[in-house]
Design a protein around this ligand. Structure first.
Ligand code: ZN
Length: 372
């Protein structure tokens, strides 16, 4: 098999497995920290590895603008440039063109847009997106799609989904198969079950090494997102990894794992790390809050990261109040560590057949807070 995926445990709909790539193995369910512009912000590659993270995400849109995909290729590819020899998944650029670029013009063949950095004009088509991801040396290439805006009428969602399915077929043709590399298709259809079902059929007909669920976490709320997952996950091929793009909070991830999702990425742990928001076994704290000024306890006593083992909450509070760059560095490390520990715990619970009890215990500890 070009891109092996092996499931070795199930607990309800949840699955634990492993996929084998040209850049190493990855245990699932997996959370991929986001390395937007060739760096997981505020982290060295070694520190990302030290958290237990084995796969990261890179952004086509950012890297095609700066430093340029062909320049990344001349520098030996994204793995070498970043000193990240492990697997990298690249997004297709479609989502960020629609959310960041100026003067976008969508047509049947692709999208023309102006850079949000210098106003220069660029064009992305399914073929160009795949070529850029090849130049980056992405382990997993994502099909170029249109992320359907939310809310959308059923007619808008249908037109958008059908465009994405035509582009998905063009991406499949453009992608050069290589051992240990993968192309993932992306299910669209907004919150409309019939459209999601048609999208799932179209993708399975084309055939991909993995299947992503797109167009969620765009403002629809957790209940609507879970309702889409309840419907669409069983329609995706069971023997391939399933990837929920851009999700999410720890509670979102637990709910999605319990619905059969294997892969996640989100800016939450890194972005929160730069804004003094800490994700812990006792819930989410804002370290700027005055109550931490004299708090000499570790941030999260259950965490083995450098922040929790060497510093008190009061020190982190001080760093953020003084806007010292060590604050975001230490808290980003902690938040990524927390997410990796969360995923490891979920994998172990699935293997032991006790995921529901484990999830209830996690949620109970968040609700209890840190007063004790
Ligand atoms: Zn920590």
């Amino acid at each position: 098999m070009i891109f092996g995926f092996h499931l070795y445990a199930r607990d309800g709909l949840a699955r634990a497995g492993r996929f084998c790539t040209a850049h190493g193995e990855v245990e699932t369910p997996v959370f991929m920290p986001v390395g937007t512009a060739g760096t997981v912000k505020a982290m060295t590659a070694d520190s990302v590895r030290a958290t237990g993270a084995r796969m990261i995400l890179g952004n086509t849109y950012h890297l095609m603008l700066r430093p340029g995909a062909e320049r990344v290729a001349r520098l030996g590819g994204l793995h070498r440039m970043m000193d990240w020899p492990g697997p990298i998944l690249s997004d297709s650029g479609g989502f960020q063109v629609m959310s960041l670029a100026a003067l976008r013009a969508l047509d049947a063949d692709g999208v023309t847009f102006r850079s949000h950095i210098d106003g220069s004009t660029h064009r992305l088509t399914p073929e160009r997106s795949v070529a850029i991801q090849h130049a980056l040396d992405a382990t997993v290439t994502m099909a170029f799609d249109e992320c359907t805006p939310f809310p959308a009428t059923e007619e808008q969602a249908r037109d958008s989904m059908e465009l994405s399915m035509r582009w998905a077929a063009r991406c499949r043709s453009a992608f050069a198969p290589r051992d240990g590399y993968a192309l993932f298709g992306i299910n669209q259809g907004s919150v409309f079950p019939a459209l999601r079902a048609r999208s799932a059929e179209a993708l399975a007909r084309i055939g991909f090494e993995g299947y992503a669920i797109g167009g969620l976490a765009v403002g629809e709320g957790q209940a609507a997102m879970f309702a889409v997952l309840d419907f669409v996950v069983p329609l995706l091929p069971a023997d391939r990894p399933r990837y929920l793009m851009g999700v999410g909070t720890p509670d979102d991830i637990i709910g999605a794992v319990m619905r059969g999702v294997d892969m996640f990425d989100c800016v939450i742990p890194t972005r929160a790390g730069r804004t003094a928001r800490a994700y812990t076994r006792r819930g989410v704290f804002n370290l700027r809050n005055a109550r931490f000024a004299d708090d000499d306890r570790p941030l999260d006593p259950g965490c083995a990261c450098p922040l929790c083992t060497r510093h008190a909450r009061a020190y982190l509070h001080h760093l953020f109040r003084c806007e010292e760059m060590l604050g975001p560095m230490l808290l980003t490390w902690h938040n990524i560590q927390y997410y990796q520990d969360l995923m490891r715990g979920l994998r172990e619970a699935i293997r032991a057949g006790r995921l529901a009890a484990h999830a209830a215990a996690l949620r109970g500890a968040w609700a209890a807070g840190d007063a004790t």
